[in-house]
Every structure is written in structure tokens, then in C-alpha cells.
Design a protein around this ligand. Structure first.
Ligand code: AAL
Length: 412
């Protein structure tokens, strides 16, 4: 009798003291589904937080591959011409269309102090919005300006940049940043405006109003509304955007959402903004019943691909690397108000530091990936590029002199 009670007492103590009852070792073949066993927090997370137990089976995990584009020249890389921040890509009557920030200035960017009416402060100062078409997404034919800078004091008189496209009831809408002073005077400050056309080839008519305005004084988005990125979702225009804020010790970059019933607005900013706590330029796409996001280079959750089943509350779906900067994907269902988003496989992005120091400019590249329910490209599901990095890659990131001094002090 006592032995039975003793065993029960020991079992109760061990079980409720956190000690795991005896169980077989975790299985050699990784279970696809969550196994019915006591697991560590990491293993619970591996099954609860991600769409699949391993990257190879995760529809929202992908590596990214890059290709040079034909059809764009850059003044022998002297920094006076730059192309960057490409829009989403649309396909109209057998051609792909893309819009982007085009800068063609007498000098490379010289900073706010040295800037003037012809000398740009930044890579996107004194810019226009140009566009190009393509049959295959690799060779492009530059068509020229879509949106030029309007006369002062209209919104965008200093620079128009970072466009994105919306197709709504057979009309085309280009949203873009409209600078009212050189970027960098106070900060990278601007609101967002829009122009519209009946054809992707224009002519574009300016709405000549701010449609997504800066936030209230003291709000996170009081100074900058960047990277306007419209999708059609739940019968409305869901316009995602980025803002730069704080600034101590570095700018914080997060992303917000503004929603409207019509392309001209009024846009209501979501009360839960910011809706993404990391990232930089906005790149999102309809996926299943929700919205997925490429969350790149800034913040706690940088280099992740995230998913919001409601388009608002995002969670990490995968962690990846070498993500496209300012990705503008081709999204077949960007404007179809779909509830079954199929995902993306390619788009354009930009690469910074394309010129030598002091001759800085950005150039457009193509990226390919497998974030699509319609393909299964196993090469895109390798875990990372690390095996391809030789010593030269790692040695591109040396200790600074300050760090060397700290090490010498500590070691003496
Ligand atoms: C880009 C975008 C916005 C910023 C600048 C040009 O990467 O975030 O467009 O204003 O940098």
C-alpha cells in the first residue's frame, strides 16, 4: 500500500515540479506535424510559429537569386544617373511595365549642405519618375518620364520619387513621394501624392493633392511617408508605407497601413500603426486569405518574411537572407481583390553603392524567388548562401579602428 502511494507521490512531484516524465528521444525523422510529446520552447515554436517544420516545405520561405538587366545605362557609373525604388510590375497587352525613381543630375549626390537647384542632396533628390517596358523581365526598353517635377510650390516640386502602381476600375494610379525641400535638410521628409491615367503609357494627370499626409506632431510618421505601396484587399485600397522615426542612435524604420474606398482617398491610417516593426522599403503581396511581406534590413525582425491573415497583424513566417532591396514584384493578383493570393516568383529591386565612393548611385536588378503556391523550385529552398561565401566576403566586414583599440586595451 505504502509503496503504491509513495510511487504516486513521486510521480506527482516529478511531473508538477517541471521534471519531464520519461519519454523516448526526439525522432530521427523530423515529424512534419507537431508530435504529441513534451517539447522545449524552441521545438514548440518550430511547430506553432512557422507554416512548416522545415524551410524546404515552407511556402513562405525562399532564397533570392539576382540577374543583371539589359536596357539601362548609367553614364559610365559616374554617379550622375541613378535608377531605384522600382514599383510593382504590371502586365498589359503583352508587355511588363515598371516605374522607378530616375535621377539624372550634373553631379552625384553631395549632401543637403552642398545641394542647390541642380546639385542633388541624396540619390533620390531632384528626381523624376520614369518607366520601362519588357517582354521577358530581363531586357527592358526605357520609355522616358511618366511624372516630371511640377513647378514650385506644388507637392513634389523638389523631387518626385519611389513610385508604386495601382490598377482600379481600369484606370491607373501612380502614388509617389512628393518632396517640398531637399531630402536631408531636416530629414527625409515628404508626404505622398498621386497621379492618374487611362493607359499605363500615360499621359499622367496630377491629382495635385497630398493623399497620405504626414502624421500629427509627435506621431511616429510625423515627418516622412515613404514607399507608398497599394494593394486591393477586402474591396478597398490597402496602402502600406514606411516611416523613418526616432533617430537616436539610428533612425527606426517601421511600416504603416492606410486604407481607402477610392484611390484618391480619404485614406484612414490604421489605429494599430505601425503594423510591421521592422523592414525598410515596402514589399508585400496577397497570399492565401492574407498579406505577406518582405521585411528587409532594419529592426528586430529584419530579414524575415512575414504574414498577416488579416492584412494587419503580421507574424514571422520565415527567416531568410540576401533579400531584395526595395523589391517591386510582379503580382498577378495585386488588384483582383483576391482571397486566395498565389504569391510571387520575380520582380525588380535596386542595389545601392553601384558607383565608387563619391559617385554613388543605385541600379536596378531582377530578383527571382519561390514565394508562390504555383511553383516548387527546390533551389530556392536551400537554407542560405553561406556555403558560397569565401574568405573575401567575410573579410569585407573588418573591425573598425575603435574596435581594434578596445581589444588592445582589454588585452593589455
Ligand atoms: C528609399 C525609400 C524612400 C526613401 C529613400 C527614397 O529606399 O525608403 O525613397 O525616401 O530611400
Amino acid at each position: 500500500m505504502c509503496l503504491g502511494k509513495c510511487k504516486l507521490l513521486i510521480w506527482i512531484t516529478l511531473t508538477f515540479s517541471g521534471f519531464v516524465g520519461a519519454q523516448d528521444g526526439f525522432p530521427f525523422t523530423l515529424p512534419k506535424e507537431k508530435p504529441n510529446r513534451e517539447m522545449s520552447a524552441a521545438m514548440e515554436r518550430n511547430y506553432d510559429n512557422y507554416p512548416a517544420s522545415r524551410p524546404e516545405d515552407n511556402e513562405l520561405f525562399s532564397l533570392f537569386k539576382y540577374s543583371k538587366l539589359k536596357g539601362f545605362e548609367y553614364h559610365n557609373n559616374d554617379g550622375t544617373v541613378s535608377r531605384r525604388d522600382p514599383s510593382k510590375i504590371i502586365y498589359v497587352e503583352g508587355k511588363y511595365y515598371v516605374w522607378y525613381t530616375y535621377r539624372n543630375t550634373v553631379t552625384p549626390p553631395m549632401g543637403a549642405e552642398k545641394s542647390n537647384d541642380t546639385v542633388p542632396s541624396s540619390d533620390w533628390d531632384l528626381a523624376e519618375i520614369w518607366y520601362a517596358t519588357s517582354k521577358d523581365g530581363f531586357t527592358w526598353e526605357e520609355q522616358g518620364p511618366a511624372i516630371k517635377r511640377p513647378a514650385k510650390p506644388a507637392v513634389g516640386w523638389r523631387s518626385v520619387s519611389t513610385p508604386d502602381i495601382l490598377v482600379w476600375e481600369n484606370k491607373y494610379y501612380l502614388y509617389y513621394q512628393g518632396f517640398l525641400e531637399a531630402s536631408g535638410k531636416r530629414g527625409d521628409d515628404c508626404p505622398v501624392t498621386v497621379s492618374y491615367a487611362s493607359s499605363p503609357d500615360g499621359p499622367w494627370v496630377s491629382h495635385n493633392k497630398v493623399v497620405v499626409g504626414n502624421g500629427a506632431k509627435g506621431d511616429w510618421d510625423q515627418f516622412s511617408i515613404h514607399d507608398p505601396y497599394p494593394l486591393v484587399y477586402k474591396d478597398k485600397v490597402y496602402l502600406y508605407y514606411k516611416s523613418d522615426f526616432d533617430g537616436n542612435p539610428k533612425l527606426v524604420r517601421m511600416q504603416g497601413l492606410a486604407i481607402a474606398n477610392h484611390p484618391f482617398g480619404p485614406f484612414e491610417k490604421h489605429p494599430l500603426n505601425p503594423v510591421l516593426n521592422s523592414g525598410h522599403e515596402t514589399t508585400l503581396f496577397p497570399f492565401k486569405e492574407g498579406i505577406a511581406a518582405l521585411v528587409i534590413k532594419d529592426g528586430n525582425e529584419h530579414f524575415t518574411i512575414q504574414y498577416a491573415p488579416d492584412g494587419v497583424n503580421f507574424d514571422i513566417a520565415s527567416i531568410t537572407s540576401v533579400m531584395p532591396i526595395a523589391g517591386g514584384p510582379f503580382i498577378a493578383d495585386a488588384f483582383t481583390n483576391t482571397k486566395e493570393g498565389r504569391g510571387i516568383t520575380w520582380g525588380l529591386c535596386h542595389s545601392l553603392n553601384a558607383g565608387s565612393p563619391g559617385k554613388d548611385f543605385a541600379q536596378l536588378l531582377r530578383f527571382d524567388c519561390d514565394l508562390s503556391l504555383d511553383i516548387d523550385d527546390k533551389e530556392m529552398k536551400n537554407h542560405s548562401y553561406y556555403n558560397s561565401y569565401g574568405p573575401a566576403f567575410f573579410l569585407m566586414h573588418p573591425l573598425s579602428n575603435t574596435q581594434k583599440k578596445r581589444l588592445q586595451t582589454n588585452q593589455n
